[in-house]
Design a protein around this ligand. Structure first.
Ligand code: DCP
Ligand code: MG
Ligand code: MN
Length: 335
């Protein structure tokens, strides 16, 4: 798993690994996803070596450590540090703070900086904010807190209970990092579907109304941009509805949490399940693999790239079978 970046104290290449971890932090501050992954992969690969690197030439044969990574290694061996990791531009810190506001992406964060804002208070008092961004400020500290798994279990019980009370037939499952077994989650994600196969246009509204009535949902965010990165159309397909909002477990931690509900047609449940199980990197890999085999995979189904005919969508297994990828449990999708 490429995400764990801890190094052992008796690590022969500790100096190099420590510097590379700083480079990961810097890439995170920059929001450069490609570099974050490249440096994390390098940390992982270097940590796995059982010999001390005395020059970058020692790792020239290691796949995944390319030329620019080797230049960094030589720099660290020669000077004791990677200069880039220690010269962080002044604007990174405020931009990093801004990007953590829900509804603020890298572009808006840059814009805030260019307008001369340096603190959250500047944004609060001087910026023109969308409703989502206003809520992002309101819940700034809460949204940065991760949800412990025990609280996720309680959230799952509550939501599933409310849905089953409406109609015991309906399937409702907590997805995302929770389904992958994480000890803590960034938000609470649910997929809901009705196995009678009919589309129930007001199902989501009913569920949201019930969850508001029991004081679980405390705010609504705009749900128009529910992200399917592979989707080329801006029009939401018929038969799918999403809710993004804010919830708080009655009698719980008192911390407001992000909630995502996704209602999908039953015949798309498999494709939607792959999508909402993640993680996002696993999804990118599977989608790329599907493309190479002449298919296109989205959260709605697996289709032919040429012609667009639907090949499979109902179950995960059907989709993975067509692709020739062995099905693996969610806890083995933490790429
Ligand atoms: N997803 C994706 N691509 C994105 C965003 C999301 O494929 N750009 C999919 C994979 C994710 C799932 O949706 O696993 C849920 O999205 P979250 O942002 O809630 O991510 P996770 O639940 O995986 O992690 P976290 O604990 O941060 O919520
Ligand atoms: Mg999540
Ligand atoms: Mn989510």
């Amino acid at each position: 798993h490429l995400t764990s970046t801890t190094s052992q104290p008796n690590e022969p290449n500790k100096r190099i690994i420590d510097e590379f971890n700083l480079l990961v932090s810097r890439a995170e501050a920059e929001g450069n996803q490609w570099r974050i992954r490249a440096y994390k992969r390098a940390v992982k690969l270097i940590s796995a070596l059982d010999f001390k690197i005395s020059s970058a030439a020692d790792v020239a044969h290691v796949p995944g450590i390319g030329k620019s990574m080797r230049e960094k290694i030589d720099e660290i061996i020669k000077t004791g540090q990677a200069r880039k990791a220690h010269t962080v531009p002044e604007k990174f810190q405020p931009i990093d703070v801004f990007k953590k506001i829900y509804g603020v992406g890298p572009k808006v964060a840059e814009k805030f900086y260019a307008k001369g804002f340096r603190t959250l208070d500047d944004v609060r008092t001087k910026a023109t904010l969308t409703r989502d961004q206003q809520l992002g400020l309101k819940y700034y500290d809460d949204f940065l807190e991760r949800i412990p798994r025990t609280e996720c279990n309680a959230i799952s019980d509550l939501v599933v209970g409310v849905v089953k009370k409406l109609d015991p037939m309906i399937t409702c499952q907590m997805m995302g990092s929770y389904l992958r077994g994480s000890e803590s989650c960034g938000d609470a994600d649910f997929i809901i579907s009705h196995p009678d196969g009919n589309w129930h246009p007001d199902l989501l509204d009913q569920i949201v109304a019930e969850l508001k009535a029991c004081h679980f949902i405390i705010d609504s965010l705009s749900s128009t941009h529910f992200g399917d990165p592979a989707s080329t159309t801006k029009v939401k397909p018929a038969g799918e509805t999403t809710f993004r909002g804010v919830c708080k477990l009655p009698g719980g931690s008192g911390i407001a949490r992000r909630l995502d509900l996704l209602v999908v047609p039953y015949n798309e449940l498999g494709a939607a399940t792959i999508y909402f199980t993640g993680n996002d990197y696993f999804n990118r890999c599977v989608r790329l693999y599907a493309r190479k085999k002449g298919y296109s995979l989205s959260q709605h189904g697996l289709t032919m790239r040429e012609g667009g005919q639907l090949v499979a969508s109902k179950t995960e297994k059907e989709i993975f079978d067509v692709l020739g990828i062995p099905w693996r449990p969610p806890n083995e999708r933490n790429f």
